[in-house]
Design a binder for this molecule. Structure first.
Ligand SMILES: Cc1cc2nc3c(=O)[nH]c(=O)nc-3n(C[C@H](O)[C@H](O)[C@H](O)COP(=O)(O)OP(=O)(O)OC[C@H]3O[C@@H](n4cnc5c(N)ncnc54)[C@H](O)[C@@H]3O)c2cc1C
Length: 377
């Protein structure tokens, strides 16, 4: 395995770093306090080629591999993890429709994703079922040439701005988990209601809502795929790699500001970085971040090669989620009282970090997957 990025990937990484430092950094505070989907900036990124890079050229993408996608999400999250979350979630629906959708569904859903004019949200989690997918209560009842969708969903990223929702629902409860299917629902259909915009601890540059689907009638051809939710396994795995990449970007940012601050801040007649205990903590933060990045690259590589990667995706997400919480917590400690003040980015880093052990596979669930994958049934 070659650990070097290709020349193309290096050029892309440099371009991303420059672009988001120039365009996103100056508006981070504005986006964070708005606490809503940043439509203008999202489309601006689309115009500069940073959205839907994983889509085929036919739909405006560049067929980017997972390593390249992870570079993008890491670099955005280094500046603002919340916007990283917005872009990451926004990039998930397209590949699912490529993998499972009919030609007609692809033609209908994919144009406009790379420009940011259109967006797809993934609506799986419900007020009473998150980790326990089989516990969802949303149903899709057959009625002639239609399905009628009823249920409520929560914590849905981009749910109020996406024009298409991939709604996960029971088509046949008697089949248990195998009866769960995915359906394409237009946001403007009668019966789709945003019931609440959620106020979050972190990731405030992404918008998260609660939704109700009330007797939403969709044509039968709107069912996505033929293998039920199991057909989305590859997407779920890939999503976890990119979520981990976002955690790495955030940890990198925390390390960098601490590295600089501890050289400048003096105590007892010397810079903080002169104390061995601080030096060692910085060294550990660096090692943890690098380890996370290597796990991201490894899982991405396996995914891109078509090698089995379920276990790797679980442990990269587990490791990076726990790692970013530890790194940002150490960072706040190094900043002392200033770390606790909102005028410095450190407190935002700590708030943002909490999501990585919850969303897209909570740590307890991931460790359970790893245990099963290594034969501990
Ligand atoms: C900011 C944000 C954005 C999100 N975006 C989306 C989105 O776009 N679409 C979407 O569908 N969902 C989204 N989610 C939902 C997310 O995926 C869920 O929060 C996650 O799956 C966990 O489910 P839950 O919150 O219901 O927690 P629960 O499943 O209720 O778990 C609560 C706690 O119990 C633990 N636990 C659960 N089961 C077990 C077990 N068997 N053994 C040990 N411990 C266990 C969990 O680890 C967790 O710590 C988002 C969440 C957040 C916070």
């Amino acid at each position: 395995m070659d650990f070097e990025l290709s020349e193309e990937q290096k050029i892309f990484q440099t371009a991303c770093r420059r672009f988001f430092a120039k365009e996103l950094l100056p508006i981070v505070d504005e986006l964070e306090s708005a606490n809503e989907f940043p439509t203008d900036f999202y489309r601006f990124c689309g115009r500069h080629g940073y959205l839907g890079i994983n889509l085929p050229e036919k739909y405006g993408g560049s067929d980017a591999d997972t390593i390249t996608c992870s570079i993008l999400i890491e670099e955005i999250s280094r500046i603002n993890a919340g916007f990283g979350g917005t872009v990451w979630t926004g990039s998930m629906g397209g590949p699912l429709i490529i993998d499972l959708g009919t030609e007609e569904q692809q033609e209908e859903c994919l144009p406009g994703l790379t420009t940011g004019e259109r967006l797809i949200a993934l609506a799986l989690t419900e007020p009473n079922a998150g980790s326990d997918t089989a516990g969802i209560q949303t149903t899709a009842r057959e009625d002639g040439d239609y399905y009628v969708i009823n249920g409520s969903k929560t914590f849905i990223t981009n749910g109020a701005v996406a024009d298409k929702h991939i709604v996960v629902a029971y088509a046949d409860k008697s089949k248990g988990y195998k009866g769960i299917e995915m359906f394409l629902v237009d946001f403007d259909m009668p019966g789709v209601h945003v019931t609440k915009k959620l106020d979050k601890l972190g990731w405030r540059s992404s918008e998260t809502v609660e939704l109700v689907y009330e007797d939403v009638r969709i044509p039968k051809k709107s069912k996505l795929g033929t293998r039920g939710l199991a057909g989305a396994l590859d997407l779920i795995n890939c999503g976890r790699i990119l979520m981990a990449a976002s955690a790495v970007g955030l940890a990198q940012a925390a390390f960098e500001v601490c590295f600089k601050y501890t050289q400048e801040r003096e105590a007892f007649g010397q810079p903080l970085a002169g104390f061995q205990v601080i030096k060692h903590e910085l060294a550990k933060m660096k090692m943890q971040t690098e380890t996370g990045r290597l796990l991201v690259r490894h899982a991405s590589w396996r995914h891109d090669k078509g090698l089995p990667h379920r276990k790797e995706c679980a442990y990269v997400k587990y490791y990076c989620g726990e790692m970013v919480k530890e790194v940002t917590s150490k960072a706040l400690q190094m900043f002392g009282g200033y770390g606790y003040m909102n005028e410095f980015p450190i407190s935002r880093y700590l708030r943002d970090a909490q999501v990585y052990t919850i969303a897209d596979g909570a740590s307890d669930i991931l460790i359970e997957i790893v245990a099963r994958e290594i034969g501990l049934n």
